[in-house]
Design a protein around this ligand. Structure first.
Ligand SMILES: CC(=O)N[C@H]1[C@@H](OP(=O)(O)OP(=O)(O)OC[C@H]2O[C@@H](n3ccc(=O)[nH]c3=O)[C@H](O)[C@@H]2O)O[C@H](CO)[C@@H](O)[C@@H]1O[C@H](C)C(=O)N[C@@H](C)C(=O)N[C@H](CCC(=O)O)C(=O)O
Ligand SMILES: Nc1ncnc2c1ncn2[C@@H]1O[C@H](COP(=O)(O)OP(=O)(O)OP(=O)(O)O)[C@@H](O)[C@H]1O
Ligand SMILES: N[C@H](CCC[C@H](N)C(=O)O)C(=O)O
Ligand SMILES: [Mg+2]
Length: 497
């Protein structure tokens, strides 16, 4: 049964005051007019393409009894609203008002909630944090790009779902006995206030590099959106774990401290409180030596790539600040398993060469993933890359360049061209890596790259990670990089996948 089935609440109970002091009982919330049912509150939000107020007339016909919007929305729909009995709530920041309303409507969330932001590493940190919590005996989930995972599973459409979906899910997992939740705060999610109604105990920051400049006007605006987690969403009595190694990490730590948050810094800088002292890389694992609170610890992680060690320590810091015992947290780390589609060993050739699948889809992530593989590999590094359609165009040549600089052999192929011409996207990527081999069909690109593997080499298939489809136009064709890697190895080495 849905977490809100059959309930009724008044606008007043939801903290909303309608024009003329009116109060009405509502039976549900919707942010899309097509989801409105009898007795609902319709949240008409300003959008990137159109103002939701354009759909107020439709929502009223569907049975909406109340509308939440901004001054502009009220103006757009003035005639429709004047002709109806609907109560009208005008908010200065209607997305934030919707977030608080959704939180009150569903009324429950796991007792301990944490959120992590950053360009790369959110899914990894949220998953590691959930794994740590479960290893120390908590009922926990992570919520984000890979859906809801852990003590409860469910699919999600977005990394940070819009507030109604988010709070419905938080109520559902709470009803299932989940007490700890680790969520991802995407920059879209933060800019659109999607998680403003969640009561957070701990926030985390991984890093900030180029992405989503199609949505945020410039890098500063992107930084501001991410910083919102620490300057707005986290309550002042919460804590923050900040990786200070990367660009703007120190700035983020400063903003968090200004807000009054209890800040724990992570990194290789000697001033970091959870400080990486040394690392050793093996073929399938790595060992890290780190200090915390005056003590030195050494732990073997069954994970590939130095950045995963940083993600693990951010997650460990978040677990500690959520109330767990540091020694128990550190003792859990050797049991952590790879996050699906993140530096995941997908297949191995008969000659020993390894094939990794990774979700690197930004210039920095491509460079980081390849650099991270290097110390684990004795032979050549081969990369398969592509860039998504209908996404930041400026990152394409930069992704090519990152691959050319950090791999020995590069194949450029398609990765969700969506509404764009796939050949044009590949051309843009190739500008950054003119020596690369262009192979339009992704399965063929993977086959050719696997075929090129000699003993001691490794292949990184970047961009799709856990995804299970190739989006061309409006059609999603089934496609799984790990599966294709196994198929290619079987075909070439004569083994069954
Ligand atoms: C760019 C973006 O974030 N868009 C989000 C935004 O929609 P929008 O502003 O573009 O909406 P619009 O089409 O202009 O419509 C305006 C309003 O009218 C409403 N509407 C629209 C049509 C209709 O018939 N009836 C109706 O009521 C819409 O629900 C919307 O509230 O607000 C909507 C809800 O209010 C979101 O569903 C929508 O997310 C879309 C689906 C999306 O794809 N977002 C992606 C880019 C996203 O959020 N990604 C991040 C992470 C990405 C990453 O880190 O890689 C994520 O957290 O998943
Ligand atoms: N700490 C890190 N520093 C740099 N790159 C990283 C880091 N962690 C992960 N990556 C790279 O970014 C990719 C995506 O990782 P992950 O899914 O954890 O990030 P995300 O922030 O959740 O991404 P998205 O915004 O797409 O949801 C990984 O596959 C890896 O290539
Ligand atoms: N969730 C992110 C990453 C998608 C990665 C890549 N496979 C692509 O399609 O660009 C986005 O939608 O921008
Ligand atoms: Mg993610």
């Amino acid at each position: 049964m849905a977490a809100d089935a059959g309930q009724t609440q008044t606008l007043g109970q939801l903290g909303l005051s309608a024009q003329g002091g009116r109060d009405v009982a509502i039976t549900g919330l919707a942010v899309d007019s097509r989801d409105v049912r009898d007795g609902f509150l319709f949240a008409a939000m300003p959008g990137t393409r159109v103002h939701g107020a354009e759909f107020i007339q439709y929502a009223l016909r569907q049975g909406a009894v109340a509308v939440l919007t901004d001054a502009e929305g009220a103006k757009i729909a003035a005639d429709d609203l004047a002709d109806s009995d609907a109560a009208v709530v005008i908010a200065e920041d209607p997305r934030q008002a919707l977030a608080y309303t959704a939180s009150l409507w569903f009324g429950r969330q796991p007792r301990v909630m944490a959120a992590v932001t950053g360009t790369n590493g959110k899914t990894s940190v949220a998953t590691f944090l959930r794994q740590i919590w479960m290893l120390v005996g908590r009922e926990a989930v992570n919520l984000g790009t890979t859906g809801v995972e852990g003590s409860y599973s469910a699919p999600l459409m977005h990394t940070t779902p819009e507030p109604i979906t988010l709070h419905r899910m938080l109520a559902e997992v709470t009803d299932e006995g989940v007490t700890h939740g680790a969520m991802e705060a995407s920059s879209h999610g933060l800019a659109q206030r999607r998680l403003d109604g969640v009561v957070l105990k701990v926030g985390g920051f991984t890093n900030l590099t180029q992405d989503h400049l199609d949505y945020h006007h410039d890098f500063e605006e992107y930084f501001e959106a991410k910083a919102g987690l620490f300057t707005r969403v986290l309550p002042p009595d919460a804590s923050a774990v900040i990786n200070i190694d990367g660009l703007r990490g120190e700035d983020m730590a400063e903003l968090a401290a200004e807000r009054g948050l209890d800040v724990l810094t992570v990194g290789s800088h000697e001033e970091a409180e959870l400080c990486i002292l040394n690392r050793r890389y093996d073929a399938d694992s790595q060992t890290i030596r780190f200090s915390f609170d005056g003590e030195v610890h050494q732990v073997q992680l069954n994970l590939i790539g130095g950045f995963q060690a940083e993600n693990v320590l951010v997650a460990a810091g978040m677990a500690i600040l959520s109330g767990e015992d540091p020694d128990e947290v550190f003792a859990a780390l050797p049991a952590l398993v790879t996050v699906h589609g993140r530096m995941e060993l997908a297949a191995r050739r008969a000659n020993g060469a390894a094939v990794f699948v990774d979700y690197a889809h930004t210039p920095d992530a491509v460079a980081t993933a390849l650099k991270a593989l290097r110390p684990h590999v004795m032979g050549r590094l081969i990369a398969v890359i592509g860039a998504g359609g209908d996404r930041d165009r400026t990152k394409r040549p930069l992704m090519g360049e990152a691959a050319a600089q950090n791999a020995d052999v590069v194949f450029v192929t398609d990765d969700n061209p969506r509404s764009e011409d796939p050949a044009a996207i590949r051309q843009a990527v190739m500008l950054g890596c003119p020596e690369a081999t262009e192979v339009a069909d992704r399965a063929e690109a993977i086959l050719r790259a696997v075929d090129a593997l000699q003993p001691g080499d490794a292949l990184l298939i970047a961009g799709k990670g856990h995804e299970t489809g190739q989006i061309v136009g409006d059609t999603v064709f089934p496609f799984d990089d790990s599966e294709q890697a196994s198929v290619a190895v079987s075909a070439l080495d004569g083994r069954l996948p």
